[in-house]
Design a protein around this ligand. Structure first.
Ligand SMILES: O=P(O)(O)OC[C@H]1O[C@H](OP(=O)(O)OP(=O)(O)O)[C@H](O)[C@@H]1O
Ligand code: HPA
Ligand SMILES: [Mg+2]
Length: 193
């Protein structure tokens, strides 16, 4: 039953870090900042599947006034699988062709920069395809876990070294639809990392 499933998902959250209201306020601010910075740049806004899909949907609607020529694309990036630690190998996929990227001002939209491996792989990929510029807007950053130096140009929130879910972020494909960002109870994955 739907109510039972929702109740058990919420019960798996040890602590809510970011409420829907806190997220919405910061996303609104960032959207207005991006509208100014990209006003005359015909931005290509690229969301990273799957984690960034909720943030992407809210952020793009907050980019007001809408820059002329703004277009949306998605790319697949995957490295965690069913675990809470990066496999170390970032698999990129999707249908975005180099010809669609060349000459564009690319704004990557990510849910989280954790080790930094996915961000670095994405930036390298878009630069190699001839983008005019590549920057990233990330909902979250977890600087304590970085294995490569990387700082997103636009960031909503820093989080501590805890595995977080909700607002698009998953553990083993669960919890993405929660409207807040919360810490997953460690006993649910300890021993499965
Ligand atoms: O900085 P990193 O250590 O590379 O971690 C960040 C990346 O990991 C997650 O993706 P994941 O592989 O879980 O795929 P998903 O978006 O489909 O959940 C997350 O959505 C980021 O893309
Ligand atoms: O803390 C996290 N939660 C969910 N997905 C992630 N991918 C990297 N870090 C995280
Ligand atoms: Mg994931």
């Amino acid at each position: 039953m739907v109510t039972q499933r929702a109740a058990s998902l919420h019960a798996d959250i040890g602590e809510v870090l970011l409420t829907p209201e806190t997220i919405a306020q910061r996303v609104g601010e960032l959207g207005r900042e991006l509208a100014g910075d990209y006003a005359d740049k015909r931005p290509l806004v690229v969301g990273t599947l799957k984690g960034a899909v909720v943030f992407m949907a809210d952020l793009v609607r907050a980019i007001e006034p809408v820059p002329a020529g703004l277009s949306l694309e998605f790319i697949r990036a995957s490295s965690y699988g069913a675990g809470t630690v990066s496999s170390g190998k970032v698999a990129l996929g999707g249908t975005l062709a180099a010809a669609d990227i060349a000459g564009r001002h690319v704004l990557l939209v990510e849910d989280i920069v954790d080790s930094g491996r996915t961000a670095v792989a994405l930036v390298d990929h878009f630069k190699a395809a001839g983008a005019a510029s590549v920057k990233m807007a990330s909902l979250l950053s977890k600087p304590a876990r970085r294995t490569c130096a990387y700082k997103p140009e636009y960031l909503c929130f820093e989080v501590e070294d805890k595995f977080v879910v909700g607002y698009g972020l998953d553990f083993d494909e669960q919890y993405r639809s929660l409207p807040y960002v919360g810490v997953l109870r460690p006993e649910l994955y300890t021993g499965f990392e």
